[in-house]
Design a protein around this ligand. Structure first.
Ligand code: SAM
Length: 159
């Protein structure tokens, strides 16, 4: 598969899963956490589609379009492994984590802490959407959408 096709698959998986969460899954009260703001594409989608909730974004630095600047206090700058600790036990409704690199050795290091952090960030019944698989006893994987290729993007409910 070309890098272009792979990129398009990832983008459409993100949109399809986030729309599926919006349209068909009940979410508990709580904020939406965007773990990896990047260009702000999915952050923009989250703000538009979960507009009744606080959306908090994390990244090493703000590099999104300036029109997407989060409200004061809703952009958390720094290493997520550390900054995310401040959101553990705050009972988020939805966590979207898009911090995979495509390099298995780097992603293996992220996967040492990301599943536990995401599980800790969520309220019971909260939903996680992730580009990396999140293996954790409190995260139950939900069925893959037919439009999303296997292993591309993952959806979980916190039990
Ligand atoms: N979903 C975003 C979008 O639609 O624009 C793209 C996210 S991009 C793939 C991943 C982002 O996560 C990058 O901006 C990177 O700086 C950030 N990131 C990855 N690992 C991180 C870490 N451990 N701590 C802080 N930021 C991290």
């Amino acid at each position: 598969m070309s890098r272009l096709d792979s990129f398009i698959n990832r983008m459409s998986a993100q949109r399809d899963i986030l729309n599926h969460v919006r349209d068909t899954l009940d979410l508990p009260a709580g904020a939406v956490l965007e773990v990896g703001l990047g260009n702000g594409r999915t952050y923009s989608h989250l703000r538009e589609n979960f507009s009744d909730r606080r959306v908090v974004a994390f990244d090493r630095q703000f590099a999104a379009h300036k029109t997407l600047a989060p409200a004061p206090g809703d952009f958390i700058e720094g290493e997520i492994r550390e900054t995310g600790q401040g959101f553990v036990d705050k009972k988020a409704a939805l966590v979207h984590a898009d911090i995979g690199t495509g390099y298995p050795d780097k992603d293996a290091i992220t996967l040492e802490w990301l599943p536990g952090m995401v599980a800790g960030m969520l309220a019971e019944g909260g939903v996680a959407v992730s580009g990396l698989p999140l293996s954790h006893p409190e995260l139950e994987e939900l069925p893959r959408l037919p439009s999303v290729e296997e292993g591309r993007y993952f959806l979980y409910r916190k039990t």
